[in-house]
Design a protein around this ligand. Structure first.
Ligand code: NDP
Length: 290
């Protein structure tokens, strides 16, 4: 049978490129889990992803109800689940004020971490039941939150503190919209959410790998400087960032290339590896903003 893979946020950027790369093999059926059904349909069509190889299902990670509904729809579809790729993310580096998910959590952590956390928890049994030889749960991380790297030391640094903001509901009405209880900072919220993504995979590995045989991984795709992730950056940044990555750091990765790499599962798992910072200069500098 064909493998069955769910990819969140497959309507653009890395998610779309991965869906395309995986669907093109003819060996996989891709479930494109997207918040905007029509956009996903148009994107799939223009990428040449056919209906035989892909199904679009609605998923808005900024609503935990929507996550539950997606899981319900997926289970009712009767498809097995062999690989889950948690790829979707929001990044609000210039936001002055926090915005919130349907349940009232700060949007970046709420979407990137809490939405994916619930999705992963609810689909763990389905992954476990897969008879596919290398069943996987992959979360797309970011180099910016790894203080092992130069990029991870560019302020504002990721820092979860003592989790007091999270414990207080991640909402300014209660304590704070930031996990560590500090003042809102959109870039930091994104980095914090990615730390949570990576910690989630480590903890899932610790708790479930031996019992289930599922591989849990967090991957950094390289700097895909042209994706919609940077839509909220100032125009000058968006203009200069791609050439900076292409010609100065030479760490630029095209959407197609990153999609192929993720599709092939060939990425280096940076976060579980101690590596020499000097030899990773280009990787690190590349990731300063993403
Ligand atoms: P894009 O903005 O192109 O893709 C993000 C995707 O997430 C979009 O399809 C978007 O949907 C979707 N999304 C956003 N919010 C929600 C939501 N509430 N529910 C469901 N889907 C949602 O960015 P990238 O392709 O660059 O990002 C993909 C991943 O790669 C992210 O996890 C990002 O952190 C990571 N990454 C990217 C880097 C880069 O250089 N670009 C570097 C390091 C990591 P819609 O199409 O409707 O907007």
């Amino acid at each position: 049978r064909k493998g069955s893979v769910v990819i969140t946020g497959a309507s653009s950027g890395l998610g779309l490129a991965t869906a395309k790369a995986v669907a093109e093999t003819g060996k996989w059926h891709v479930i494109m889990a997207c918040r905007d059904f029509l956009k996903a349909e148009r994107a799939a069509k223009s990428a040449g992803i056919t209906k035989e190889n892909a199904t679009i299902m609605h998923l808005d990670l900024s609503s935990l109800d929507s996550v539950r509904q997606f899981v319900d729809t997926f289970k009712r579809s009767g498809r097995p689940l062999d690989v889950l790729v948690c790829n979707a993310a929001v990044y609000q580096p210039t936001a002055k004020e926090p915005s919130y998910t349907a349940e009232g959590f700060e949007l970046s952590v709420g979407t990137n971490h809490l939405g994916h956390f619930l999705l992963s928890r609810l689909l763990l049994d389905d992954l476990n039941q897969s008879d596919y030889p290398s069943k996987r749960l992959i979360i797309v991380g970011s180099i910016t939150c790894n203080t092992n790297t130069l990029a991870g030391n560019v302020p504002p640094k990721a820092n979860l503190g003592d989790l007091r903001g999270l414990a207080g509901g991640l909402n300014e009405l209660n304590t704070s919209s930031m996990i560590d209880g500090g003042d809102f900072d959109g870039a930091k919220a994104y980095k914090d959410s990615k730390v949570c993504n990576m910690l989630t995979m480590q903890e899932f590995h610790r708790r479930y790998h031996e019992e289930t045989g599922i591989t849990f991984a967090s991957l950094y795709p390289g700097c895909i400087a042209t994706t919609g992730l940077f839509r909220e950056q100032i125009p000058l940044f968006r203009l200069l960032f791609p050439p900076f990555q292409k010609y100065i750091t030479k760490g630029y990765v095209s959407e197609d290339e990153a999609g192929k790499r993720l599709g092939q599962g060939l990425l280096v798992i940076l976060y579980y590896t101690d590596f020499d910072i000097a030899s990773c200069w280009s990787w690190s500098l590349t990731g300063c903003f993403c």
